[in-house]
Every structure is written in structure tokens, then in C-alpha cells.
Design a protein around this ligand. Structure first.
Ligand SMILES: *Cc1c(COP(=O)(O)O)cnc(C)c1O
Length: 351
């Protein structure tokens, strides 16, 4: 089946008003968005139209019961001006896993992929080409169906919006290992990119910020003895020369960056382990000088190195390394994403 997409072009592009050398993350939007509505039990015709506000009924269920999911991905342009995506089918699959858990209808692959590609072609000039820059792509879907009764809505809206974004420099990242709050629980929705997961992170994160940290390292909800994620990123720990990350579960999001890093690290001859990581072993390794690196992994920053962490009343600094696994792996993965290196994995997709 070939998806028919209606295209309504903007009268005058906003692109000349944008300073591409000074782009904040995710707050400047390109000219168009893709919209597709679910109604009467079926997905309607997708439309590409000017990026604009949407009007909803006050009883729309998104406002009351939080049926809302999203994805995060990036588009790049190589020297030959090809538009490139990185493992986009994985985003589509994960989007539908999130949808299923939130009782939101699944989006067909054709609408997601053909809609995404058509949108990128229409807004192709918005894909930045300076190193480290990309077009951040945000597919999302939420309940527009109405009613104050707590039940799944009967109507939904799927949107893909995009935002040109510059290179991401986090500076020094000081994190706090969380001992009270939890991001996710067994049987819950932690594995899904459900909007409410992030709403629930803001308060504990704000408490950590007030104590002088930048971000929270989430631990398991039951014992708080095992580290699980770094903010809204997966976490990696390097003890001596072994790179360790937690196994995915109900509570841990199955990150595309995480699994790509694991694959590349193994092929680079770096010893990897996927297993539970106890807070005790991280603290011991830090004390013994064997904790060489910690970093978060996710689409936005790719790899975000952690410079120190706090646990109970103590702070521990990580060493500054010349040739860190973080910088080596970040270069490898971004070179594949931007077509500066060959892609033996078939991850890169030309639009
Ligand atoms: C999106 C996300 C990640 C990273 O996933 P990627 O596919 O690598 O972008 C990790 N943890 C959480 C909680 C997330 O929401």
C-alpha cells in the first residue's frame, strides 16, 4: 500500500529568521509538521501542513488521563546532501510498544515511515549541516477523544514535528544517585516513552538541582541498590576496562543509542557486560580508583559524560581521561550516523 499524503505548503518559509550557528536544543521549529488523525476506528489521510497550534476540547482525554506517547530521533545531511536517518524502524516499533501499553491505537508502519520521509523532504533545508548539528525529530501521539470518564479515548492525533538543533555541550555533569524516588516500577510504564514518566521525574530532579546536582541517577524502585538510568538516558559505567550497562526491563527503556553502543563497543574489542550494577560496587570502584567513566546514552546528546556523582553524604569525582570510551564511541556512532564512516550494520537509512 502506498500512503497518500496531502501537502499544504507554508506561504513563506521562516527559515531566514533562524540563526543556524546558534541553535538551542528543541525550541526552534521548522516550517511544517505531519498530522494524522485516528477517528471512527481508522487512521485518516496524513497531511503535511504549516507548523501551528492545535485546538482541543477541554474534555479531551490527554488532559485528564495522560494518554500521550512520543519518540525522539534525528535526521542528518551528508556532504552529498542525502537526508539520513538512524535506525528509524526501531523508533516506529518502540512507538507502537508504548502505544499498546497506553491503550493508544498503533500507527501503521507506512504512515510513520512514509510520513516522516515526506516531511523531511519538504523541510529538507532545515536539516543543519555543521558538525554536531542535526534536525531533531519528534513523533508523538495523544488522546483527542473527549469525556471525563476514565477510559481510553476513541480519537487520537499523531504528529511529527521537527526542530533544527546545534551540537550539544552539557559541560560538567554532576549527578545524584537517588535513594527515595523511583522513575519506574515493575509492571509499570517505565519501558514506554509515555509523557507522564517525564512529568514524574521533574520533582525529584528539582530536589537534586537544589542540592547542587544536575541530574538524577535512577535506582530500582524496590531496594534503591541498583543503578538503572541517568535522567532520561540509559547509563553506562566503566570499571577498569569493562563497560557495563543495566539490562532492559519493565523499568528500563530499551534505548537505540544504548544497543548501538553495546554493538560498536564489542566490535571495537571493548569488554562489555549487561547486568545489574549495584550502587555499592560503583562506590567501591570510585574509592579504589577503578571507576574510570560513567555516561548517559540517548538520541539527544548521544553520549553525555558524567564528571562526578553524589551518594548519601559523599561526592565522588571521576577522572578526566585522554582517550575515554565515551569520546571514542561517540565519534564512531556519529560518524556512522552522518555518513563519515562505513556502516557495516545497515543502521543508516537514506531518505
Ligand atoms: C528515550 C530514552 C532513552 C534513550 O533512548 P534512545 O533510543 O537512545 O534515544 C533512555 N531512557 C529513557 C528514559 C528515555 O526516555
Amino acid at each position: 500500500m502506498k500512503t497518500q499524503i496531502e501537502i499544504q505548503r507554508i506561504e513563506k518559509s521562516k527559515i531566514d529568521s533562524v540563526d543556524f550557528s546558534n541553535l538551542p536544543f528543541g525550541s526552534v521549529y521548522s516550517d511544517h509538521m505531519l498530522e494524522c488523525n485516528f477517528k471512527d476506528g481508522a487512521w485518516q489521510k496524513p497531511v503535511i501542513k504549516p507548523f501551528t497550534s492545535i485546538s482541543l476540547d477541554p474534555s479531551a482525554k490527554i488532559f485528564h488521563y495522560g494518554q500521550s506517547i512520543f519518540e525522539g530521533m534525528k535526521a542528518y545531511k551528508d556532504d552529498a546532501k542525502n537526508i539520513l536517518l538512524f535506525r528509524p524502524t526501531d523508533n516506529w516499533k518502540r512507538f507502537n510498544k508504548s502505544a499498546e501499553r497506553l491503550m493508544i491505537p498503533k500507527i501503521p508502519e507506512e504512515i510513520f515511515m512514509e510520513g516522516l520521509k515526506a516531511l523531511l523532504r519538504v523541510d529538507s533545508e532545515w536539516i543543519p549541516r555543521n558538525p554536531g548539528s542535526s534536525l531533531y525529530v519528534r513523533p508523538f501521539m495523544f488522546a483527542t477523544g473527549t469525556g471525563f470518564h476514565a477510559s481510553p479515548a476513541d480519537e487520537y492525533k499523531f504528529i511529527i514535528a521537527t526542530a533544527p538543533s546545534g551540537a550539544y555541550f552539557a559541560g560538567k555533569v554532576n549527578v545524584l544517585i537517588e535513594e527515595k524516588y523511583a522513575r519506574a516500577a515493575n509492571g509499570g510504564v517505565g519501558f514506554a516513552k509515555a509523557g507522564g514518566n517525564y512529568a514524574a521525574q521533574f520533582y525529584p530532579t528539582q530536589l537534586a538541582i537544589e542540592k547542587g546536582y544536575n541530574q538524577v541517577i535512577w535506582t530500582d524502585d524496590n531496594t534503591h541498590q541498583f543503578i538503572e538510568e541517568a535522567g532520561a538516558m540509559n547509563i553506562f559505567v566503566r570499571i577498569n576496562d569493562t563497560l557495563i550497562t543495566s539490562p532492559t526491563s519493565d523499568r528500563i527503556l530499551d534505548g537505540i543509542t544504548r544497543k548501538s553502543i553495546l554493538q560498536i563497543a564489542e566490535d571495537e574489542g571493548i569488554q562489555t557486560e549487561v547486568r545489574k550494577i549495584s550502587v555499592g560496587e560503583v562506590v567501591e570502584a570510585a574509592k579504589d580508583g577503578n571507576l574510570l567513566e560513567m555516561f548517559g546514552a540517548g538520541t539527544a546528546a548521544v553520549i553525555s559524560p558524567i564528571s562526578s556523582f553524589g551518594y548519601q553524604e559523599n561526592d565522588f569525582d571521576l577522572p578526566v581521561l585522554e582517550n575515554s570510551f565515551a569520546s571514542k564511541l561517540k565519534k564512531k556512532i556519529t560518524d556512522i550516523q552522518t555518513n563519515k564512516a562505513s556502516d557495516p550494520y545497515g543502521w543508516r537509512v537514506i531518505v
